[in-house]
Design a protein. Structure first.
Length: 163
């Protein structure tokens, strides 16, 4: 049986929309949905959606709390390590966004970026330590030190996060 026929049968059985393009072989390309008009994106298209307080509150804080909970005891199974990876990756990747949103003052901006890079590096090691509790605890500690360093310098010492 040909692949096309097989796909057609599977599609008719499941009624899945997912396969609808694959079975459209007898229609000329031009009759398929018109191409969306794409406007080239510039850095301005990725302006911060909200202020740093809300970024911290809604992006960083839930993952910090989740990590703290998942690392309170050695993660027992794959599901627990998946939760770990979820939170670790959110914090590691979001540090790049934090880095790009520092203060205007050049010297302060430089320090802001340097601390963000510490979160990035330790967050990356944290993410990669999934499955190894001792390593994960170590990198978690290093990362939180970096989070707190920024809070010391840029949030008047508020928000000292416990490990
Ligand atoms: C480069 C600087 C910087 C880094 C790095 C940073 N933060 Fe923050 N964070 C801030 C600033 C500034 C505030 C205070 C924002 C305000 O209230 O204006 C803050 C506030 C917070 C708050 C308090 C939010 C609230 O609603 O009360 C939490 C929680 C937080 N950060 C978590 C983290 C975590 C977790 C990390 C590390 C993974 C981190 N931050 C790394 C700058 C940083």
């Amino acid at each position: 049986m040909k692949t096309v026929e097989l796909v057609a049968i599977i599609t008719s059985l499941s009624g899945a929309f997912l396969f609808s393009n694959a079975t459209n072989t007898d229609q000329p390309q031009s009759e398929v949905a018109p191409k969306a008009v794409q406007t080239p994106a510039t850095p301005d298209d990725f302006e911060p959606i909200d202020n740093m307080h809300h970024f911290m509150e809604y992006v960083c804080e839930p993952s910090y709390k989740g990590l703290k909970q998942v690392l309170a005891n050695e993660p027992a199974d794959r599901k627990a390590w998946k939760a770990f990876k979820n939170h670790a990756l959110v914090l590691a990747e979001s540090s790049a966004l934090v880095a790009a949103r520092g203060p205007d003052d050049a010297a302060k901006n430089k320090e802001w970026k340097a601390i963000s890079a510490e979160v990035y590096r330790s967050g990356k090691s944290l993410y990669k330590s999934a499955g190894d509790y001792a390593e994960a605890k170590k990198h978690y500690g290093t990362m939180l030190d970096a989070c707190n360093r920024c809070h010391t310098v840029f949030a008047k010492g508020k928000y000292q996060l416990s490990k």
